[in-house]
Ligand binder design. Sequence first.
Ligand code: PEP
Ligand code: MN
Length: 337
Amino acid sequence: MIIVMKPNVGKSEIDHVIEKVEEVGCKAILLEGTNRKVIAAIGDKRDVSPEFWSAIPGVEKAVPILAPYKIASREVKKTDTEIKINDQIIGGNKVSVIAGPCAVESQDQINFIADKVKKAGAIALRGGAFKPRTNPYSFQGLREEGLEYLAKAREATGLAVVTEVLSPEHVKLVSSYVDVLQIGTRNMANFLLLQAVGECKKPVILKRGMSATMDEFLLAGEYILSHGNPNVILCERGIRTFENHTRFTLSLSIVPQLKKLTHLPIIVDPSHGTGVRDLVKPMSKGAIAVGADGLLLEVHPDPEKAFVDGPQTITIEEFENLMTESRAIARAVGRDI
Ligand code: PEP
Ligand code: MN
């Protein structure tokens, strides 16, 4: 149920509604809009009618939430959510580009890339320290050493850093080094991990499971939100289909569809979404044109020598060119990069 408060209600009226919500066995989540406060009553209490809520002082109306996801729903919050990452905002007018290598390989490598992507306009640096590899004999990442290199690259450039967290036990360690936690496609339905990042208040980039439907993706986001973390950024990164000319099928139509259903920011990863270097720029431009709030891109000075995901990784020069061409697309749709 969404309980919409009257304009200019005081704290005591809000506290009273929250108390009532808890009394009927629901969880109360206060969402502060620009001119209206809304309380989402989350729980399976179908017997409490909207009239019960609208009779409480300070309440304007109560509306049942129809979508299976609640806090993520546009029904609950009409305005776009803006997520602060250090001094940058994801989900505002700017298209936010997060770029870097698939894996952190050395201090020199990550510092060099950080400096180049920053100069070209990236707002954050990505780099995997714990890598989820299909093959147990493949490079697994530098682990804590990689986190240290990322933190030093942040010091050197001022860029926020993003890295993947693989297990609930690692949330504390990883979040002590980085600004944004990434949940990978293989972990989208790892509910204990979603809960753990929900309890940690760091912004989270949640990648769509490669076999997940849109509703499952939104419900995974709801796990994080319902455990107390409002800073969820959804990331479309391609799904498995019968098509094999690309590594995955990048489902760009999910972007405008998600925009209708949720207030959360949505970014697109055309590197994993295609698996093909030459397709990264055109699909980045497409993503911006359909309304993505940002891009997640794999960049390396020498992709042939990259430890992980070389075939889908673009060079520094290709990244600079992508940024220039994407800027024109962003402007055409009333945004900036
Ligand atoms: C990555 O970003 O390097 C990664 C492993 O992504 P995904 O989980 O989308 O495969
Ligand atoms: Mn990768």
